[in-house]
Design a protein around this ligand. Structure first.
Ligand SMILES: [Zn+2]
Length: 109
């Protein structure tokens, strides 16, 4: 049984090696063409690296938007005012909403 297991293992490893060699060949084969391109790209590597250093900055689209509980306008979370778990586009609307809900609570009582 061990011999069969070893044969299967060898078969799998052999196929994996063949695939790895084929990939390596493809890379070296394509590398012949890419080498000349890389040679040209090295000249502009300084500017390229500068662009790469700028890219990692988080996109501004990632900023979550909130909906004002008073007027319903969508505003970026950094510009919003959050009072009592509710988000508002401005402190003025937060105050208005607080006054309105405050009067409603008084009316309810
Ligand atoms: Zn608002």
């Amino acid at each position: 049984m061990r011999q069969i297991f070893l044969l299967i293992l060898l078969f799998i490893v052999g196929q994996w090696l063949v695939k790895a060699l084929r990939r390596a060949d493809a890379r070296t084969g394509a590398g012949g063409h890419a080498a000349s391109r890389n040679g040209g790209a090295d000249a502009g590597a300084g500017t390229g690296n500068g662009a790469n250093a700028r890219n990692p900055q988080p996109p501004q689209l990632a900023e979550p938007m909130i909906r004002c509980a008073e007027c319903g306008v969508h505003a970026p979370k950094s510009d919003s005012v959050i009072v009592a778990g509710e988000a508002f586009c401005s402190a003025d609307h937060a105050h208005r909403h607080a006054v309105r809900t405050g009067t409603n609570r008084r009316d309810a009582r």
